[in-house]
Each structure stands twice: as C-alpha cells, then as structure tokens.
Design a protein around this ligand. Structure first.
Ligand code: NDP
Ligand code: PYC
Length: 330
C-alpha cells in the first residue's frame, strides 16, 4: 500500500481525465469526486472505477463534455438537462441557484436528466449538510436488479443518500444502493474470488446464488429488503427518471457503444432549509446520541470520516497496482 496526498491524487486524476479528452472543468470535477471516494474508503467508487470511465469515454457514449442547460422559471423546482454529460458537473452548475432558492423559499428541488452518474452519492449531499441544509437525493442506474420473484432485470442499483446538520458533530450522512449490494462490490468480489452473502442475487436461471460471476454473467442482483426494497427501487426510478424526464434503468441502451459502462439516466435532489424549524440540528444531535446510547456504536459516516482524517494525516491509500493502472492512462 502506498499513500498519496489528496491534492496529488486529484491532480493525477484530473490529468488522466484530460488525457481522455475531457475539458478541464469536467476533468477536475470527476477527479475531486473520485479522489474523495478513495480517500473516504468508498472503494467501490474510487480509483477502481477508472478503467470503466476510460472505456466509456473511448466508446463514444454520451456527451461527456456537454454544458448542462438550466431551466429556471423562478419556482422551487429547477430542471436541468445534462445533455449526456456528468451529473456532478450539472449539480455544480445548478448549486448556486439551488442555494438561493432553498434559502428564499425553504425548499428547492433539482430534477436532472440525461446525466451520467458513476459514483457514490454522498459527495452530492454532504456539502449541503455542511451548509446547514437537509438534502435527499436519488439516482437510477442500469437494469441489473430483478424484482423479488422476477427473472428480468428492471431496476438499477439505484442509490439514495441523505444529509442534514447535527449540532456539535459533522452532518448526519448516509448513502446506500437500492440493491442488496452495489454492482461495484459484486465486481470487486468477483475479482478477489469472494463469495457474496446469501440473498444478494440470482443466476441466469433465476436461482439464488452467492457466486458474483453468476450474477455478472447473465444473473442479476436483488433489491435489499425484499418487497420493501423493491418499492424503494421503483420509487427511485419514478423520482430519478419519470419525474426528471430521464431514462429508466431498463431504457439505457448502450449496445451501439461497446465498452460503455456509465448509465445515462436521471437524478432528483430535494433540499430543505431546516432553519425555519426550531432547533433542528440540536434535535438531530439528541437523536444521534440516543441511537448511540441504545447500542449502535457506529453510525453512517463515522467510518468515512475516520478514514478521511487518516488520509489527511498520512495520505490517501492506494495499492501499487492502482497507481500503475492510473499511470498507464496518462
Ligand atoms: P454500504 O452498505 O457499504 O453502506 C451504506 C450506508 O450504511 C453508508 O452510509 C455506510 O456508512 C453505512 N454503514 C455501512 N455499514 C454500517 C454499519 N455496520 N453500521 C452503521 N452504518 C453502516 O453501501 P452500498 O454498498 O449500499 O453502496 C455503496 C456505494 O455505491 C454508495 O456510495 C452508493 O451511492 C454507490 N452506488 C452508486 C450507484 C450509482 O448509480 N451511481 C449505484 C449503486 C450504488 P459509511 O459510508 O460511513 O461506511
Ligand atoms: O455500483 O451499482 C453500482 C453502480 C452503478 C453505477 C455506478 N455505480
């Protein structure tokens, strides 16, 4: 294992993305996002993803350099067409307007469509929690999840993430796939030769399997939590695609672009200004303390922040192989 200062990893990734033809602003946004995932131990969406970014960029899929178009009519709802570009770039472009709107009206909604999202979702919501806002976001992805009892993948691995301020502590932030496992974790298990926990997915004939390769080769993941998770996965399709005007996960068609791996779908982000209520951050702290006192010694975000602090002191952890892989794309 080697350690790289965060700024050096961002600079290396930005160079790598520029070398693939991305304009400087897009390269910088993706580099910061990917490096933050690596730094925080969100390894299914850290540098592990770089070969798939490169293969997608080389496939001609989407419009990775597109400028997002913001449609604003002064209402709480801000609609953005990423025009085939990256969701994080569109979110950055819409952020000032979202902040103005949520401060003025108490609520703002981003309805983003035609956007590529290939990362963890917490980087999209955490900064709003740090700014004292409540943020809830959902994204749909590519159809690799069957509903319980089904054999046809119809849902994406559809992540959902939440952030809000908490008195005297960093914001409360969680971020999770709508599937029993993120697709990235299935790929990592296949690469490392590990079996998966029971109940995560099915093989090509619809039988439950713990073999990651069986899931990747014609099988599918299951939603977490049976029919309850399926309802959430479907709700995410509705909010991230039907509401925004984006594609359902099952409509992503990259057959004309071999090598493309980044779904182009949609994202919904809801922002609330809790300062209009009484003592919100203090109430969140009170509940957080109660949950810890009740016996849950690890809350979401604790592990990431511990790894972030470690990386700030010692550098971001990478393997020698990771570094060689990154350098091979320069
Ligand atoms: P995990 O199951 O690893 O973690 C989900 C959440 O639970 C995190 O907030 C995590 O906090 C917390 N957590 C994990 N273990 C515990 C524990 N024992 N006690 C308390 N809290 C815990 O995430 P997933 O595998 O579901 O998803 C991984 C990533 O994949 C996510 O970042 C998600 O956004 C991303 N993803 C992206 C997709 C896309 O389309 N872009 C699609 C699907 C997934 P902590 O982080 O602090 O460990
Ligand atoms: O890990 O499931 C996943 C995923 C899909 C798109 C980006 N990440």
């Amino acid at each position: 294992m080697i350690r790289l200062p965060f700024a050096d990893l961002v600079a290396l990734l930005a160079r790598l993305f520029r070398a693939q033809g991305l304009r400087a602003e897009v390269a910088q946004v993706l580099a910061e996002n990917c490096a933050a995932c690596q730094r925080d131990g969100a390894l299914s969406h850290g540098v592990f993803r770089i070969p798939a970014y490169v293969s997608t960029l080389r496939s001609g899929w989407g419009a990775p350099n597109a400028e997002p178009v913001i449609e604003d009519n002064g209402a709480a709802q801000i609609r953005v067409d990423a025009r085939g570009g990256f969701a994080q770039v569109a979110l950055q472009a819409a952020r000032p307007l979202l902040l103005d709107r949520v401060r003025a009206q108490g609520v703002a909604v981003l309805a983003l469509r035609n956007s590529q999202h290939f990362s963890a979702l917490w980087p999209d919501v955490e900064p709003f929690g740090e700014a004292g806002l409540v943020a809830l976001s959902v994204v749909n992805s590519m159809a690799v999840v069957v509903p319980p009892g089904g054999t046809t993948p119809v849902f994406g691995t559809n992540p959902m993430a939440f952030a809000c301020p908490r008195d005297g502590e960093p914001p409360y932030v969680w971020d999770q796939a709508g599937s029993a496992l993120a697709h990235g974790d299935v790929q990592i298990a296949a690469r490392q030769g590990h079996a998966l926990p029971e109940g995560c997915g099915v093989d090509a004939s619809g039988q439950l399997t713990t073999d990651p390769n069986a899931i990747l080769e014609g099988g599918a993941l299951l939603p977490f939590g049976g029919h309850k998770g399926a309802s959430l996965a479907m709700t995410i399709e509705i909010l991230a695609a039907a509401f925004t005007g984006g594609a359902f996960s099952s409509e992503v068609d990259w057959s004309a672009h071999p090598g493309a791996k980044i779904p182009c779908t949609g994202q919904m982000l809801l922002l609330l200004d809790p300062d209009r209520g009484a003592g919100f951050a203090q109430r969140v702290r009170q509940l957080s303390d109660a949950v810890r006192a009740a016996g849950q010694d690890r809350l979401p975000g604790d592990r990431r922040r511990r790894l972030r602090a470690e990386a700030e002191a010692q550098g971001v952890a990478l393997t020698e192989d990771d570094l060689a892989m990154l350098q091979s794309y320069l």
